[in-house]
Design a protein around this ligand. Structure first.
Ligand SMILES: Nc1c(NC[C@H](O)[C@H](O)[C@H](O)CO)[nH]c(=O)[nH]c1=O
Ligand SMILES: CC(=O)[C@@H](O)COP(=O)(O)O
Length: 228
């Protein structure tokens, strides 16, 4: 089924967030539903899935399409099944080890389930979440790994120390990825209390270490197979 979208029914600010692109000479009428060149904006929080946007081109009198067809657009995604030859590092904080160890085990379990070989994984221990970034940066720049999983658990105490450590861990992991060009995955829990952490380290909210490893596999594959 073809889906037609008119951007003129959207507020202008929302239109640009969504990534609608208007070309010269296009009909602006909302009633006519003509304005159909749509792409994913680089910063858009919205994901546009191909099946939902099967857009039928509007053919103008000269036989040219007035907008692009999604069938011609390339969609690049990492494959979680093509893991052969991919190498990973896991940086894990010892602080709150009662939480970070099960997160690490979750990550290693995911690697096993997706056929990543043990010899293609290095685990590096650091004292706390604050130290993760600098080590991830070094590992990323070594050129030995396709992706790096960063694991930690920051749990709020009585002072503002929590915010400093949590923010430093997050910005450290982000910087490591940006500065090394190797995907660095954020598997650091930032929790109000120990209960929240337990729930996310193999408890009722899953295992965030396992999720981080799967993200690492997808990103490693994306870079290795599509973005070289
Ligand atoms: N309180 C937590 C810490 N604190 C330690 C710091 O990460 C760091 O090791 C220290 O300040 C020396 O630089 N680390 C965590 O990972 N989680 C915490 O809850
Ligand atoms: C997140 C922390 O650093 C935390 O353990 C510190 O606790 P407190 O704020 O009570 O010193």
């Amino acid at each position: 089924m073809a889906l037609f979208v008119s951007t003129d029914c959207f507020l202008p600010a929302l239109k640009s967030q969504l990534g609608f692109v208007q070309h010269e000479g296009q009909n602006r009428s909302c009633g006519n539903i003509n304005l159909l060149h749509l792409r994913k904006a680089p910063n858009s929080p919205f994901l546009l899935s191909a099946p939902a946007l099967e857009i039928k081109p509007h053919v103008q009198s000269k036989g040219r399409s007035s907008f692009s067809q999604t069938a011609a657009v390339k969609h690049l995604t990492g494959s979680v099944t093509k893991t052969q030859g991919l190498r990973f590092a896991v940086v894990v904080a010892r602080f709150n080890e009662i939480i970070t160890r099960p997160l690490l085990e979750g990550a290693l379990g995911t690697f096993k389930n997706y056929s990543v070989q043990d010899e293609d994984i290095d685990v590096v221990w650091v004292p706390g979440g604050f130290e993760i970034g600098v080590v991830a940066t070094r590992l990323g720049k070594s050129g030995k790994y396709h992706a790096i999983v960063c694991i930690g658990a920051v749990i709020r105490g009585d002072t503002t120390h929590y915010d400093a450590v949590a923010n430093s861990a997050a910005s450290g992991v982000l910087s490591a990825g940006l500065n090394s060009g190797v995907p660095c995955i954020f598997g650091v829990l930032t929790c109000e209390n120990m209960d929240q952490a337990i729930n996310r380290a193999g408890g009722k909210s899953g295992n965030k270490g396992a999720e981080a490893a799967l993200t690492a596999i997808e990103m490693a594959s994306l870079f290795e197979h599509h973005l070289k």
